[in-house]
Design a protein around this ligand. Structure first.
Ligand code: OMP
Length: 265
């Protein structure tokens, strides 16, 4: 079964499009935890235990682990093992490089860590992405229009009547089958989301930017209807509370978003 199929089936059976983002900050761990790496792992184990019934995917952002060197990378390995096998795992590593280096990056994420999916940066060109697409059945999420203000600097430059990101999108869709090509579009960009959705009704879109970044979920759901979508929420779920009640608040937030992201109401 491809990751595309795995994600679609799980979304149907759990009736949700929620991806929980595991972006831990040691300094923000809730009160019962000490501000060290051992407790950071314990915290993530608790988050997974509480949220897994509500999620179709987990997105692990490597930055929050890499900053601690090999000790952080070991936490990725440890928490990856406790994520239930049926749930899709996305490594948010935003990789790409010249072909031979990209091969090593792809081997790390798909062979060593054995993630289902990865986030990729397209700006080095198609050859920088190819090694990831050579791993059969995986779903590669390529950045199209990101949620940060700087997405205007390059992605939204107009070339004639088109945005630069539309030209990138056209090149990507003519290079890779839709079952292997996921697209990242920030929820803070509803009008750009509409353009991408019109051009690519078949591809999975991964949408971050809900919660802490203020994206409008209702608008994204209206634009998307029932086309393949997975919506990431990180801080607003995992750091729902800094106090003793953190477990209850994480549960409430995960349940809330899971229900908002039902496929059938
Ligand atoms: P919260 O704002 O805490 O929900 O986290 C958002 C997560 O999505 C972080 O891991 C970001 O690095 C990631 N992200 C964006 O916020 N915007 C983007 O355009 C793309 C991503 C991503 O590729 O996941």
């Amino acid at each position: 079964m491809t990751v595309f199929e795995k994600l679609l089936e799980l979304q149907k059976s759990k009736n949700t499009r929620l991806c929980v983002g595991l972006d831990p900050r040691v300094e923000q761990l809730p009160k019962p935890f000490k501000k060290n790496l051992k407790d950071l792992q314990k915290f993530l184990e608790t988050v997974i235990e509480i949220t897994h019934p509500f999620a179709c995917a987990y997105k692990i952002n490597f930055a929050f682990f890499e900053q601690f060197g090999y000790k952080g990378m070991r936490i990725i390995e440890n928490i990856k093992k406790i994520i239930p096998k049926e749930i899709v795992t996305i490594s948010d590593a935003k990789r790409s490089d010249i072909g031979s280096t990209a091969q090593a990056y792809a081997k790390s994420v798909y062979s060593y860590f054995d993630f289902d999916s990865i986030t990729l940066n397209p700006y080095l060109g198609i050859d920088s992405l190819l090694p990831f697409f050579e791993y059969e059945g995986r779903l590669n999420f390529v950045l199209i229009c990101t949620s940060n203000p700087g997405s205007a600097d390059f992605q939204k430059i107009k070339l004639g009547k088109k945005f630069f990101f539309e030209i990138v999108l056209e090149k990507l869709t003519s290079s890779f089958p839709s079952e292997t090509l996921g697209l990242v579009v920030g929820a803070t960009n509803p009008s750009e989301f509409r353009i991408v959705r019109q051009k690519c009704p078949q591809n999975f879109i991964l949408t971050p930017g809900i919660g802490a970044q203020g994206g409008n979920l209702d608008e994204i759901l209206r634009i998307n209807q029932n086309l393949p979508l997975v919506v990431n929420v990180s801080r607003d779920i995992i750091f729902a509370s800094s106090g003793e009640d953190f477990e209850k608040q994480i549960y409430n937030k995960a349940k809330y978003y899971s229900e908002q992201l039902r496929i059938t109401k």
